[in-house]
Design a protein around this ligand. Sequence first.
Ligand code: ZN
Length: 391
Amino acid sequence: MPDFSSTRLWDVHAHPFLNRGAVTPDEFLRLTGFGGGWEPYFAEAGIEATPELGAEINEWKRNTTWHKLLVRELSNYFGCERSLDAVVAARNAAVASGYKDYVTALYEDAQLDGAVFDDGYPLPQVDMNAMQAEMGIRCAKIYRIEPLIVSLLKQDLGWSEFSKAYDDALNKALTEDGYVGVKSVIAYRTGLDVSPLSRTTDQGFVALDAIKRGTGGGAVKKLRDHLLCRALDICSEHGVPMQIHTGMGDYEVNLVLARPAYLMDLLRFPAYRMTTVILVHMGYPYQREAGYMAHVLPRVYCDMSEGVPFSGMGAAPILREILEMAPLHKVMYGSDAYTVPEGIYASAKIGKRIVTTVLGEMVADDVLTAAEAQDVGEMILNGTTKRIYNL
Ligand SMILES: [Zn+2]
């Protein structure tokens, strides 16, 4: 059987955070919960966030298998009672006695060497240098294009200035500013049905002109589609990977237009056949589509984030399904965890456990030899991320 007890981890997709100090159990529940904040969800609809409504939300956040596993992993770490109150009291005491020492010990227990952070969430951006100073692991960062697009649209630029400012910002991020790749959440905005013909610079010109003149015609989507293509071009020029959000996310995601299959025409377009693209969250719940795409498109990869950890007990079945079609070395461990250090920790523990389970089954079924399974697990847990990001 494969043994990953001494295998180190790299997390290919997470979001940055700084020390928040002590938190209450309700705050911890909210900070680690999946799907976006419930206060803005109701506030957007003009519904008052009463304490009764908060209690109702907290009740269902507590009743997810993700929350149960988070409490399990933290109670194991602290050696305390398996309850939210007990683990939050233990983590608050550990934070108070020295945040950096606590996080370093926590991540060493998970054998985590580093993580690739998407600093486009939360906004305003977390200072990654400040975060690195608080962490005992390597914090690599990727550059999200959507905040840049919003900021350029607020300026009254003509197309040539807009397009130059966009290229300059991405090129600077990848050269002077230390970013190791690029990320897009276009699935949250106008969807993944992006025509590769959007690549022509004329489309950018026409779309920006239509936005300025208010003539409609899907101009915002045309502009975003063009800028996604341009980001893929720039990633190719720099030889760095592009992460594209696919599948589930916060409540505002367009889940139908987040299916990975919508990206087929774009990613098999001749210009992008050598561009490295990661289908973030392996498109969950459409993970079989993502696995198929990783099979037929040579430079397309998938990560396991969100499926691990937020589907809780679903993580092992998801990994089994993605490995049906995805080449075994093209799946990477990731968490998508945020806000507090404990999400990344619990996810790493769950991730290693399910990789051990699923690869162990493949050995028992004589699909892989124990040595092959060992190699595959090492690639999933750290090797592929380190290779494609040059870490
Ligand atoms: Zn994310």
